[in-house]
Ligand binder design. Structure first.
Ligand code: FES
Length: 177
């Protein structure tokens, strides 16, 4: 029987030659991340920059950011794309203030992920992969978040919420202003 929960979103990428610009303070922060690695290994700064700087500054990783990082780290644009699109914690499109990422992998699925996702979506009036019209919530279904022993679980920002029930989900959503 087909799942009642829609599959996750497809990234929508607009390709251009634009290169992102940042304030002197942010550029200094970027340089500080790059300086943590040997010059010949500076590409190792890619994930920290994507996760900790680019997303915070631009909300998501857009094409201009990808071009900037490729130039900054002396790597191919395709190197940035393949890393950025691999990890669900890196957003390739605008997301809401609260990005609710529900784990959909085996342990969580067995323990009721579909009910949890459906409950969240019904409460917010959206489908998985969508953002509420007020821009407050985005719901995504993602692969294993490494907390299988406390399934079902979800992540909001950097916080994990585990051993979920619909009642617990209600309390979490009520707490998000
Ligand atoms: S299966 Fe959900 S956290 Fe691993």
């Amino acid at each position: 029987m087909a799942s009642a929960v829609p599959s996750e979103y497809t990234n929508q990428v607009v390709v251009s030659d634009e290169i992102a610009t940042f304030s002197p303070e942010v550029l200094a922060e970027i340089d500080a991340h790059v300086a943590k690695y040997p010059p010949e290994r500076k590409r190792s700064a890619l994930i920290p920059l994507l996760l900790l700087v680019i997303q915070r500054e631009r909300g998501f990783v857009d094409n201009a950011s990808v071009n900037f990082l490729a130039q900054k780290l002396d790597i191919q644009v395709s190197d940035v794309w393949e890393t950025a699109t691999f990890y669900s914690m890196i957003n390739m499109r605008p997301v809401g203030k609260y990005h609710i990422q529900v784990c959909k992998t085996l342990s969580c699925r067995i323990m009721g992920e579909e009910n949890i996702t459906e409950h969240i979506c019904n409460r917010l009036g959206i489908h998985a992969g969508e953002t509420t019209t007020d821009g407050k919530f985005t719901v995504s279904r993602v692969e294993c978040l490494g907390s299988c022993g406390t399934a079902p679980m979800l992540q909001i920002g950097f916080d994990y919420h585990e051993d979920l029930t619909t009642e617990k989900v209600d309390r979490i959503l009520d707490s998000l202003k």
